[in-house]
Design a protein around this ligand. Structure first.
Ligand SMILES: NC(=O)c1ccc[n+]([C@@H]2O[C@H](COP(=O)([O-])OP(=O)(O)OC[C@H]3O[C@@H](n4cnc5c(N)ncnc54)[C@H](OP(=O)(O)O)[C@@H]3O)[C@@H](O)[C@H]2O)c1
Length: 328
């Protein structure tokens, strides 16, 4: 496998965590970082040992030594940043949620196809070993027919007007930031097309959702999802079928432990796989595998999955009457 020259655009919170992941992952070369300000690019490059520091995203994408760009900017910038990369011939790993809405996402995917470039949403949960093991158990019928799923992602986040989480102009709100995880989880385990979606929300004074609750109804199953900035929760996840259940440990989307129970709640199997780096190594390896294999789309995080999740998030916002600037 060839080493991959990584570039990052945006030097915020997750960019730091991801750079740590790159540093510890074999085959990843910390090549370039781009920031809107040259000083921040230089500081970030020095901190992690990137070879190049660019003072604008536009300059960075011109560098043809880059194999893939990791987009770590707010949701409202994903569309323009992805288009900038693709127009300049760069493969993309774009942070979740991949876009503000389905219309933007469809244009991004069309552009990747037109340019014959790789695009993947950075839904790292879907690359994690315990997640893949649970999918394997369900597909092998170990819990029988899945009937019920519960998954939450709630946090207590102190209000800060300047934080992108509360800013409509940054694509703020719990839906795109948090709900995207349990929703992706539900569609993976119960199917991409629920028959009915019921949702409610609490919209804050800045016009973005602070918390939300979703029920997805399927022919023989339903999923219940809660997410938001207003509740401290332990965020476990459960999938129950007529022959057993699967329980993900606390913070299900990044946990290292998953347990299979029988229909009498006896433990059948428990799997614990500690992170080798910081948990991001699995999605980094998935990108390496795709690029080295000439794939334009990941099997673990396919475009169809990102699209199905986005369609439901669009429906929820339509139901709540919540629009982002420019969506009028
Ligand atoms: N996978 C995960 O575990 C995970 C965790 C947290 C967040 N995320 C996702 O990662 C993305 C970034 O989140 P974050 O928490 O890292 O955000 P953040 O701390 O606010 O950082 C975002 C960075 O984007 C750049 N940027 C470009 N346009 C901007 C604008 N208009 N306003 C503010 N910053 C702008 C800035 O970098 P420069 O100034 O250097 O250009 C900024 O530092 C989001 O899509 C989020 O959903 C993923």
């Amino acid at each position: 496998m060839k080493d991959i020259n990584w570039a990052i655009i945006g030097t915020g919170r997750i960019a730091h965590t991801f750079a740590e992941g790159l540093k510890g992952t074999q085959g990843a070369r910390l090549y370039a970082v781009g920031s809107r300000t040259p000083q921040r690019a230089k500081q970030f490059a020095d901190e992690f040992g990137f070879e190049k520091a660019y003072g604008s995203y536009e300059e960075l994408v011109k560098d043809s030594n880059i194999d893939v760009v990791y987009i770590a900017t707010p949701m409202s910038s994903h569309y323009k940043d992805t288009m900038l990369c693709l127009e300049n011939g760069r493969n993309v790993l774009c942070e979740k949620s991949a876009a503000l809405n389905g219309e933007e996402l469809a244009k991004m995917l069309d552009k990747a196809k037109e340019k014959e470039l790789f695009f993947m949403e950075a839904m790292w949960m879907k690359c994690r070993p315990v997640y893949l093991k649970a999918l394997e158990w369900v597909r092998a019928g170990r819990i029988g027919t899945p009937r019920y799923l519960k998954a939450d992602f709630c946090n207590l986040v102190k209000y800060d007007k300047s934080d992108r989480l509360f800013a409509p102009e940054c694509g703020g709100g719990a839906l795109l930031d948090l709900t995207v995880y349990p929703l992706t989880f539900a569609l993976d385990f119960l199917g991409q097309k629920p028959e009915e979606i019921v949702s409610c929300t609490h919209i804050g004074k800045d016009g973005v959702d602070l918390s939300n609750s979703l029920i997805l109804k399927y022919e023989n199953a339903y999923a219940s999802i809660d997410a938001g900035f207003e509740l401290p929760c332990i965020n476990r996840a459960v999938i129950s079928g007529d022959k057993g259940s699967i329980v993900f440990a606390d913070w299900f989307f990044c946990c290292c432990e998953v347990t299979l129970y029988d229909d009498n709640t006896e433990v059948i199997e428990r799997l614990e796989i500690p992170n080798e780096v910081n948990g991001y190594e699995y999605e980094i390896r998935e990108v390496h595998k795709c690029l080295n294999g000439g794939l334009k789309e990941s099997v673990l995080v396919p475009h169809s999955s990102t699209t199905a999740v986005m369609e439901i998030m669009d429906k929820c916002r339509e139901n709540w009457g919540m629009k982002y600037p420019g969506e009028e």
